[in-house]
Structures are given as structure tokens and as C-alpha cells.
Ligand binder design. Structure first.
Ligand code: ADP
Ligand code: ZN
Length: 701
């Protein structure tokens, strides 16, 4: 059977909801369908999964997906099922009954994809033959290489796959770019002739920004308040810092949790789960967090501390904006961090390499040219144009003649006999009256107080630039004291001119802050916000992550296009056939309600329902009159009931059913999601009844 481009696009739309392929996806898919071994290098969020998921729909047998993280498998399988693609996973924690079901599914060919961890492969030996398996995809393929940053011994055994399944195409996928790792992957998997597809590492939708670390916490609170409801991750260097920051944010009314390797397994799993499901908005984490997370609607990543190297930084910011929507990466740059990282490195094995990497990271942080250029050049990718989406591009530094400033700083270093670190040097220049100064009689020096008209932060900013330009240096081995260099005397004695930049102001005028506050209020009643709430409710009922119902990108498209018919709804990017069938109705209804409300000058929709209810109409009649679903009317009545309005919900539910639900509530320990009830009650009580029952029980309490 010849598969045409039209066939591919059709499946892409029906099963994934997308209208076109991203850059290399189509060529990759065609290569796999031609049964050729394939190596895919694509950045996180680039869209690797579709590369093997879509071909699986055309193959006769199953596509076996090897993935290192059990947590991720469930997410991927949920996502596939939400799109109507039969798939499952196999692991050692399943009961033998469940495992048997998997084997049956393979034998009947009733699933398209099977996810499995490498450790469990030996248990699948009976089905590891070409009658059953049409394709093997190896996700996170760099785990096979000890060159990579994430070597896993269990990946080593994958070498046998090519021998066992010589005719089956093997697809290796990873976001790790470097050449050595690529070669190693091919060699170890014995697929030396694999076609390679290496995509650009540029993630244009992530805006890059670096700020000085003064008042970090205040800056972070403001940053978050300007983005209410958005998910984000804040990376910190230490466990303690994650906890302190999370508690400070909580004190300020922000929904944040800490995550680090010191927490026990259950706590970590719970925190991660809450984040994925949008129950917790913000995670303050050490770098232990993020590996197992596919969440597509992480809108921002903050580095509270500077990362050790650019690889780490790139990987961490890559967790933002997988859905392709505009996202933010904000890095706080502090000299104290650089010094601390250097101390960590001093005690490690390959110190020189690590120091060189830290230096590159530092250069990135202090750059006065497009930051994306620096980032990509680190991975060997050159871009010609400035990106236009980093702080340097948006707000190019303004240079001024800073010779006098440089002279003041350098002569202070000289008068302090090159024995003091930056803090004391600045204190002396600014004429501080503190112990650091008085203990050593520095107030008698000639340069004492010559720079009192300039703020501490500005001096810090200037001195860092002098260091970067080589006019002075930090002696890391001597308690970080500032020292002069050969260049210093050119400035001090030979009339060399120095160019400096002023620090970018992060403080905004009070007026704009107030404006933002007001606009924040009004965002709560946008259509997007309403759709987001609906998505959250549905996800809770189905017990899956919210972004698996629809991505943020799809919600945005729904907000803009406001589809009101099935065809219009299906035309939205991210809506496939199954999602139209399962979710379309409720979302379109919400959109209609929203539009109607706007038309009627925001007459309260719940009160309108109440009015009709009081007039004696039945649920169905009200739904009919209002052009809404009965389900929506129910939820209006529930809301009114909780508010204490005169609504008797009891008439909508049998006493016996209510008893069953009350019992379930006890057994399920007051669970709030509806799905567990549905299952507990043998799938016999409809969701609507469960919802009404729980509302009544809640009120009674
Ligand atoms: P990766 O595995 O490379 O990190 P994913 O496969 O998780 O990336 O894809 C990232 C996001 O991009 C997902 O939300 C996915 O649905 C979306 N995506 C993938 N391909 C397309 C496409 N052709 N059009 C629109 N969105 C896509
Ligand atoms: Zn730029």
C-alpha cells in the first residue's frame, strides 16, 4: 500500500488534531514508514512523539516504545487514549492479571503502541518477534551512552534488539545534541546506517532574560503576580533554598510547593502529580525536578540561582512552552552564586572542564549581545540575525564613557592593597560607615567616599563589567579579593578610555504597576480563563492532566476563533476526531454562554437559571430555553444550592443513590474527583448524579 502525503495529513488531523507537520516531522515519518532505522535529534518540545506515534497507525503490528521513566509512560498513554489511539504500558508493578491483558492485547493486535521500561524487556521475550512488532522507538536514547549526561545501565541491553528484530525499523530519539553521543547511540544499537535528522535547537517562543539578583524574592513575587494562573518552575541551588522560597511565596498568597531529593518518594510523587494536574501552580525545585515531566503548559522557568553550565540551563528552560506559545525564561545573576559554584567545582574530579563551562555560563549571563546567539553557538548552531526575543535585543545596553568610574574603582582596589573582595571595595568607594570599614581604618584612605553619589547596585554592575573587560580580576583562590591586572595601569596612568553600560532598570513606575494590577483582575473573566476552568474540571473527572484535555495553545485558538459548530471546532489546531466527540459539546457550550453573557450585558447566567427554576420549569426545559446543556443547568443549580438559595436538589436524586454516594465518600476518604466515584460505584451511577449527590453531602456537612 502506497501511503501518500494526504494519508499522513489526514491521520495527523484526526488523531492528533494538527493541520501541518513541524519542520522535519514529515521526512522522519516517511523514513520510518519505509522501514529504515532512524535517529532523531530534536530539542525538548520539538515534537518527537508524533514521529513514531503517527507511523504506528499505519503498521500492522505494534510499535514498542522503550522509555526510561514509568511516570512518563502513564502520561503518554493517557494522551494517546485521549486522542483515541489504543495503547498501553507494561511494567513490573502491574498485577499478573494486568500483565496478561497486555499480552492478550499484543496477540489480538488491539493496541497500536506499547510502552515499556528497558528493565522489563526480558519479560516480554515471548512476544519480541516480528510477527507482533512492527517498529521499535527508543525514547531518551542518549541514556544508552556513557558519553551522555544521563547514562542508564539498563539501556545497555538494548543492543540485542537489532539482532532479534533484524527487519524491524528502530527509531532512536533524544534531545541531546553532541556528536560523540550521537555516534555512540548508533553504534550501541547496531544501527550504523540509520538516517539522521538533526533539528535546530532554537526555541524561539522562549523569551530569554537575565537580571541582577538584587531583591530576588520581591522580583519573583511581582513576576508571578503579573502572570496569575500560569504554571512555572523556579530552580534553586539547594534544598533549603527551595523550601525557604516556597514558604515566602506562600506567605504572599502564592500557590507554591518545594521539591527536592530530600523529600520521601510519596511526597515527591504527590508534588509532581499536583503540578502536572494544575493543582499546584508553582514548584520551587532543585534540578532533580523536571526529568519526568511532559507538561506542555509550563509558561515560565526562573533560575533563582545561576546554573553550573549552559547544558543544564538550556535543558531547564526547555521545560517551558512545549506547546509553542510565548513563554519566559528568567535567570538571576549574582556574583555570590558564581563564587559558590566555583567552590563546589573545586572539590570535583574534572575541575578544569567544569570551570570552563561555568565561565561560558557567566559570559552568557553578562552578555551585551543577543543571548540566543550565544546559547545556540554553544551547541554549534550559528544564527545570523539577532533573535529579537531576549532582553539584550529588546533593550540594547547603552554604552557611555565610564573612564572616571573605572579610575575610581581601580584606585580603590589599589589603595586597599588588592586585599579586599568586591563588597568591601564598594563600601569604601561609597564611604560606608560600617565595621568592615572602621575595623581597618579604611575611612582614612584617599578614595574613601569618592563614589557616594552612585548606588551600591550600580557600583557592582560597573565593577563586574571591569572584570569582564579585563581591567581587574577576582582571585578565587584568595577569598575572592579583587586584584589589578596588566590592563589596569592603562586606565590609571595611560589615559585609556573605558566604555560601560548602565544597569537596566527593572523597577517600573508605580502607575504601570497599578495598571497591571487592574488588568490582572479583569483576566479572570476572559474566555480563556473560563475554558481553562472547564478544562480543569474535566481533567479532574477523568483523573488526567489538564493539558492532556487540550493544550494552552488549543485553548487560545478556541478563545480567538470561538467555534460554535462541530466543523468549526474540528478546524481548531489540537482538536482531533475523538476530542471533538468527547469534549466538543461542553467547550462550545461554554463559548456560547460566554458570548451570550457579553451580549446581555453580563446578566448573571446562574441567576437566570434560578429565575426559570422558580417559575417551575424542569431542568430539560430550562436547558432548552437557554440553549445550554442539562449538565450546565445542573451545575448552576448546585452552585445556587451551595449559596443557600431555595433550590431542592434532593428531588434530582433517589435517597438510595445518595446513600451509595455517601458510603463511597467515606471509603474514598472525601475524594473530590468524580471518576473514582464513578468507578467505585461500578460505573452505574451517572456523573451528573454523583455531582448532585456530592453537592448535597457537602452542604449537609
Ligand atoms: P518532545 O517529545 O520532542 O519533547 P512532544 O512530542 O511532547 O515533544 O511535543 C511537544 C508539543 O508539541 C506537544 O504538545 C505536541 O502535541 C505538540 N506538537 C507536536 N507536533 C505538532 C504539530 N505538527 N503541530 C502542532 N503541535 C505539535
Ligand atoms: Zn536576542
Amino acid at each position: 500500500m502506497q501511503i501518500t502525503e494526504k494519508d499522513l495529513l489526514e491521520k495527523l488531523k484526526i488523531n492528533f488534531g494538527y493541520d501541518s507537520f513541524r519542520l522535519e516531522q514529515k521526512s522522519i515519518i516517511e523514513n520510518i514508514l519505509a522501514k529504515k532505522d532512524t535517529l532523531v535529534i530534536m530539542p525538548t518540545g520539538g515534537g518527537k512523539s508524533i514521529c513514531f506515534q503517527l507511523p504506528s497507525l499505519f503498521f500492522e503490528g505494534i510499535t514498542l516504545v522503550i522509555s526510561p521513566l514509568i511516570a512518563l509512560m502513564k502520561d503518554q498513554v493517557d494522551s494517546l487514549k485521549a486522542n483515541g489511539i489504543p495503547s498501553t504500558y507494561y511494567n513490573s508493578s502491574q498485577s499478573s492479571e494486568e500483565q496478561q491483558q497486555v499480552f492478550d492485547a499484543i496477540a489480538n493486535k488491539s493496541i497500536k503502541l506499547l510502552y515499556v521500561a528497558p528493565e522489563s524487556l526480558p519479560l516480554l521475550q515471548n512476544v519480541l518477534n516480528q510477527n507482533y512488532i512492527s517498529c521499535v522507538a527508543i525514547d531518551e536514547a542518549h541514556c544508552i551512552s556513557s558519553w551522555g549526561h544521563d547514562f542508564r545501565p539498563s539501556y545497555k541491553q538494548l543492543a540485542f534488539l537489532k539482532k532479534t528484530l533484524p527487519e524491524t525499523p528502530i527509531v532512536a530519539l533524544t534531545a541531546t545534541a553532541d556528536k560523540a553521543t550521537q555516534e555512540d547511540i548508533l553504534e550501541q544499537l547496531a544501527i550504523l546506517n540509520a538516517t539522521r535528522f538533526v533539528s535546530s535547537f532554537n526555541r524561539e517562543n522562549i523569551a530569554l532574560e537575565v537580571r541582577p539578583a538584587n531583591d530576588r524574592v520581591k522580583q519573583i513575587i511581582k513576576f508571578i503576580n503579573e502572570r496569575s494562573g500560569d504554571s512555572g518552575i523556579i530552580y534553586c541551588l539547594s534544598r533549603k533554598a527551595t523550601e525557604q522560597l516556597a514558604s515566602k511565596l506562600k506567605q504572599n498568597g502564592i500557590d507554591a510547593k518545594a521539591y527536592h531529593a530530600g523529600l520521601n518518594f510519596e511526597e515527591r510523587a504527590k508534588t509532581q502529580e499536583d503540578f502536572i494536574k494544575d493543582d499546584t501552580q508553582i514548584i520551587c525545585a532543585t534540578i532533580a525536578f523536571g526529568m519526568g515531566i511532559d507538561k506542555s503548559n509550563v509558561r515560565w522557568v526562573i533560575h533563582y540561582n545561576m546554573p553550573k553550565n549552559i547544558e543544564g540551563y538550556y535543558q531547564e528552560i526547555g521545560r517551558a512552552g512545549r506547546d509553542g506559545l510565548p513563554s519566559q525564561a528568567l535567570l538571576f545573576h549574582s556574583y555570590a552564586d558564581v563564587i559558590q559554584l566555583r567552590q563546589f567545582i573545586a572539590n570535583t574530579g574534572n575541575r578544569e572542564v567544569q570551570e570552563a563551562k561555568l565561565d561560558r555560563m557567566k559570559q552568557f549571563s553578562e552578555a551585551t549581545v543577543c543571548r540566543r546567539k550565544i546559547l545556540l553557538s554553544y551547541f554549534g548552531e550559528l544564527i545570523e540575525e539577532n533573535c529579537g526575543n531576549c532582553d539584550v535585543c529588546k533593550n540594547p545596553p547603552k554604552f557611555f564613557e565610564g573612564t572616571v568610574i573605572a579610575q575610581k574603582a581601580l584606585s580603590a582596589i589599589y589603595r586597599l592593597q588588592q586585599k579586599e573582595a568586591m563588597g568591601t571595595v564598594i563600601d569604601v568607594i561609597r564611604g560606608a560607615k560600617n565595621a568592615a570599614v572602621y575595623d581597618k581604618n579604611y575611612q582614612t584612605l584617599k578614595t574613601y567616599g569618592v563614589g557616594s553619589d552612585t548606588s551600591w547596585q550600580h557600583w557592582q554592575h560597573y565593577i563586574i563589567q571591569l572584570i569582564n573587560q579585563g581591567y581587574c580580576q577576582i582571585a578565587f583562590h584568595l577569598n575572592n579579593v579583587l586584584q589589578l591586572t596588566d590592563f589596569s595601569k592603562k586606565v590609571l596612568f595611560e589615559g585609556e578610555k573605558v566604555q560601560l553600560t548602565t544597569p537596566v532598570e527593572v523597577k517600573k513606575e508605580l502607575k504601570t504597576i497599578l495598571k497591571e494590577k487592574n488588568s490582572k483582575k479583569s483576566t479572570s473573566d476572559t474566555l480563556f480563563e473560563r475554558l481553562r476552568k472547564l478544562r480543569y474540571r474535566i481533567a479532574q473527572e477523568e483523573d488526567i492532566a489538564a493539558y492532556l484535555v487540550f493544550s494552552d495553545a488549543t485553548l487560545k485558538a478556541l478563545e480567538n476563533e470561538r467555534p460554535q459548530t462541530d466543523n468549526e471546532f474540528l478546524a481548531i489546531s489540537g482538536v482531533g476526531q475523538r476530542k471533538l466527540e468527547v469534549y466538543g459539546g461542553e467547550f462550545m457550550e461554554e463559548i456560547k454562554t460566554f458570548i451570550n453573557e457579553k451580549k446581555q450585558g453580563r446578566k448573571d447566567t446562574t441567576l437566570e437559571t434560578f429565575q426559570l427554576y422558580k417559575e417551575g420549569f424542569t431542568i430539560d426545559e430550562i436547558a432548552d430555553k437557554r440553549n445550554l446543556k442539562a449538565q450546565t443547568i445542573f451545575s448552576h443549580l448546585s452552585k445556587l444550592y451551595i449559596e443557600g438559595k431555595d433550590v431542592s436538589l434532593d428531588e434530582f436524586i433517589e435517597a438510595d443513590t445518595l446513600k451509595l454516594i455517601a458510603n463511597a465518600k467515606k471509603v474514598l476518604k472525601n475524594e473530590i474527583a468524580l471518576k473514582p466515584y464513578f468507578e467505585f460505584l461500578g460505573e452505574k451511577v451517572p456523573y451528573e448524579q454523583i455531582r448532585v449527590g456530592l453537592t448535597i453531602l457537602q452542604k449537609k456537612r
